[in-house]
Design a protein. Structure first.
Length: 167
Protein backbone atom coordinates (compact mmCIF):
# COMPACT_ATOMS: atom_id res chain seq x y z
CA UNK A 1 0.00 0.00 0.00
CA UNK A 2 1.23 3.50 -0.80
CA UNK A 3 2.00 5.74 2.14
CA UNK A 4 -0.50 8.48 2.84
CA UNK A 5 0.36 11.99 1.64
CA UNK A 6 0.06 14.32 4.61
CA UNK A 7 -1.74 17.60 4.23
CA UNK A 8 0.08 20.89 4.29
CA UNK A 9 -1.05 24.35 3.28
CA UNK A 10 -3.46 23.78 0.42
CA UNK A 11 -2.40 20.16 0.13
CA UNK A 12 -4.92 17.40 0.74
CA UNK A 13 -4.43 14.48 3.06
CA UNK A 14 -4.80 11.46 0.77
CA UNK A 15 -5.53 7.92 1.92
CA UNK A 16 -5.61 5.02 -0.53
CA UNK A 17 -7.93 2.71 1.42
CA UNK A 18 -8.56 0.27 -1.45
CA UNK A 19 -5.45 -1.23 -3.07
CA UNK A 20 -7.15 -1.55 -6.44
CA UNK A 21 -6.63 2.19 -6.92
CA UNK A 22 -2.86 1.52 -7.03
CA UNK A 23 -3.29 -0.99 -9.86
CA UNK A 24 -5.78 1.06 -11.86
CA UNK A 25 -4.13 4.49 -11.59
CA UNK A 26 -0.37 5.06 -11.53
CA UNK A 27 0.40 7.00 -8.31
CA UNK A 28 -3.24 7.74 -7.40
CA UNK A 29 -2.30 9.87 -4.38
CA UNK A 30 -0.29 12.15 -6.67
CA UNK A 31 -3.21 12.46 -9.10
CA UNK A 32 -5.46 13.43 -6.18
CA UNK A 33 -2.91 15.87 -4.78
CA UNK A 34 -2.47 17.70 -8.10
CA UNK A 35 -6.21 17.88 -8.78
CA UNK A 36 -7.08 19.08 -5.28
CA UNK A 37 -4.35 21.72 -5.26
CA UNK A 38 -5.51 23.03 -8.65
CA UNK A 39 -9.14 23.22 -7.51
CA UNK A 40 -8.17 24.91 -4.24
CA UNK A 41 -6.13 27.49 -6.13
CA UNK A 42 -8.99 28.12 -8.59
CA UNK A 43 -11.54 28.66 -5.82
CA UNK A 44 -9.28 30.65 -3.51
CA UNK A 45 -10.25 28.37 -0.64
CA UNK A 46 -7.72 27.40 2.01
CA UNK A 47 -8.08 24.71 4.61
CA UNK A 48 -7.85 21.01 5.34
CA UNK A 49 -9.15 18.59 2.74
CA UNK A 50 -9.03 14.84 3.18
CA UNK A 51 -9.52 12.53 0.20
CA UNK A 52 -10.13 8.83 0.75
CA UNK A 53 -9.90 6.47 -2.22
CA UNK A 54 -12.31 3.82 -0.99
CA UNK A 55 -14.59 1.11 -2.38
CA UNK A 56 -18.29 0.89 -3.21
CA UNK A 57 -19.16 -0.80 0.07
CA UNK A 58 -17.70 2.03 2.14
CA UNK A 59 -19.31 4.72 0.01
CA UNK A 60 -22.68 2.95 -0.04
CA UNK A 61 -22.66 2.71 3.75
CA UNK A 62 -21.80 6.41 4.09
CA UNK A 63 -24.36 7.36 1.45
CA UNK A 64 -27.03 5.53 3.44
CA UNK A 65 -25.97 6.98 6.80
CA UNK A 66 -25.70 10.58 5.63
CA UNK A 67 -28.03 10.89 2.63
CA UNK A 68 -30.56 8.06 3.07
CA UNK A 69 -29.60 6.53 -0.26
CA UNK A 70 -28.81 2.82 -0.08
CA UNK A 71 -26.37 2.63 -2.98
CA UNK A 72 -22.85 3.68 -3.86
CA UNK A 73 -22.12 6.85 -5.78
CA UNK A 74 -18.88 7.99 -7.40
CA UNK A 75 -18.00 10.74 -4.91
CA UNK A 76 -19.30 11.98 -1.57
CA UNK A 77 -18.28 15.26 0.02
CA UNK A 78 -18.67 16.27 3.64
CA UNK A 79 -18.06 19.86 4.66
CA UNK A 80 -16.56 20.56 8.06
CA UNK A 81 -18.87 22.53 10.34
CA UNK A 82 -18.30 26.26 9.95
CA UNK A 83 -17.44 26.62 13.64
CA UNK A 84 -14.38 28.77 14.21
CA UNK A 85 -14.17 29.84 10.57
CA UNK A 86 -12.47 26.60 9.52
CA UNK A 87 -13.07 25.77 5.86
CA UNK A 88 -12.53 22.25 4.56
CA UNK A 89 -13.98 18.79 4.35
CA UNK A 90 -13.72 15.18 3.34
CA UNK A 91 -14.05 13.66 -0.12
CA UNK A 92 -14.70 9.91 -0.41
CA UNK A 93 -14.43 8.23 -3.83
CA UNK A 94 -15.70 4.72 -4.73
CA UNK A 95 -13.38 2.54 -6.80
CA UNK A 96 -15.87 0.24 -8.54
CA UNK A 97 -18.24 3.05 -9.50
CA UNK A 98 -15.43 5.21 -10.86
CA UNK A 99 -13.93 2.27 -12.79
CA UNK A 100 -17.34 1.40 -14.28
CA UNK A 101 -18.03 5.02 -15.27
CA UNK A 102 -14.60 5.45 -16.83
CA UNK A 103 -14.90 2.24 -18.83
CA UNK A 104 -18.46 2.97 -19.98
CA UNK A 105 -17.43 6.43 -21.19
CA UNK A 106 -14.13 5.27 -22.70
CA UNK A 107 -12.25 7.53 -20.32
CA UNK A 108 -8.86 7.23 -18.73
CA UNK A 109 -9.25 6.21 -15.06
CA UNK A 110 -6.67 8.77 -13.84
CA UNK A 111 -8.45 11.54 -15.75
CA UNK A 112 -11.82 10.53 -14.30
CA UNK A 113 -10.31 10.43 -10.80
CA UNK A 114 -8.86 13.92 -11.27
CA UNK A 115 -12.27 15.14 -12.45
CA UNK A 116 -14.04 13.72 -9.38
CA UNK A 117 -11.49 15.24 -6.99
CA UNK A 118 -11.98 18.66 -8.63
CA UNK A 119 -15.74 18.11 -8.47
CA UNK A 120 -15.53 17.28 -4.76
CA UNK A 121 -13.40 20.32 -3.93
CA UNK A 122 -15.86 22.53 -5.81
CA UNK A 123 -18.70 21.12 -3.72
CA UNK A 124 -16.72 21.97 -0.58
CA UNK A 125 -16.34 25.49 -2.01
CA UNK A 126 -20.16 25.75 -2.24
CA UNK A 127 -20.52 25.05 -5.97
CA UNK A 128 -23.48 22.88 -6.86
CA UNK A 129 -25.30 21.45 -9.87
CA UNK A 130 -28.95 21.17 -8.83
CA UNK A 131 -30.09 23.89 -11.24
CA UNK A 132 -29.05 24.35 -14.90
CA UNK A 133 -27.26 27.67 -14.34
CA UNK A 134 -25.34 26.33 -11.35
CA UNK A 135 -24.48 23.15 -13.22
CA UNK A 136 -23.13 25.06 -16.22
CA UNK A 137 -20.99 27.30 -14.00
CA UNK A 138 -19.58 24.29 -12.14
CA UNK A 139 -18.92 22.36 -15.37
CA UNK A 140 -17.10 25.30 -16.93
CA UNK A 141 -14.88 25.72 -13.88
CA UNK A 142 -14.18 21.98 -13.76
CA UNK A 143 -13.18 22.02 -17.43
CA UNK A 144 -10.88 25.02 -16.90
CA UNK A 145 -9.15 23.44 -13.88
CA UNK A 146 -8.78 20.07 -15.61
CA UNK A 147 -7.37 21.73 -18.73
CA UNK A 148 -4.60 23.17 -16.57
CA UNK A 149 -3.81 19.61 -15.49
CA UNK A 150 -3.71 18.33 -19.07
CA UNK A 151 -7.06 16.56 -18.75
CA UNK A 152 -9.59 16.95 -21.56
CA UNK A 153 -12.99 18.51 -20.95
CA UNK A 154 -15.13 15.75 -19.40
CA UNK A 155 -18.31 17.40 -20.63
CA UNK A 156 -17.51 16.86 -24.31
CA UNK A 157 -18.44 13.39 -25.60
CA UNK A 158 -15.57 11.08 -26.47
CA UNK A 159 -13.07 13.07 -24.44
CA UNK A 160 -11.40 12.60 -21.08
CA UNK A 161 -8.09 11.07 -22.03
CA UNK A 162 -5.15 12.46 -20.13
CA UNK A 163 -2.95 14.52 -22.48
CA UNK A 164 0.60 14.32 -21.17
CA UNK A 165 -0.56 14.84 -17.60
CA UNK A 166 1.97 14.16 -14.92
CA UNK A 167 0.99 12.03 -11.95
Amino acid sequence: MQPDLKAGRDAPHVTVADRRWNRAVPHPARVVDRAARAALAATGCHGPVTVVLADNRTVARMNWQHRGRNKPTNVLTFEYPAAGGLWGGDIIIAFETVAREAQAAGRDMAAHLAHLVVHGVLHLAQYDHHHPGEAREMEMLEARILSGLGVANPWKPGRMITRGARS
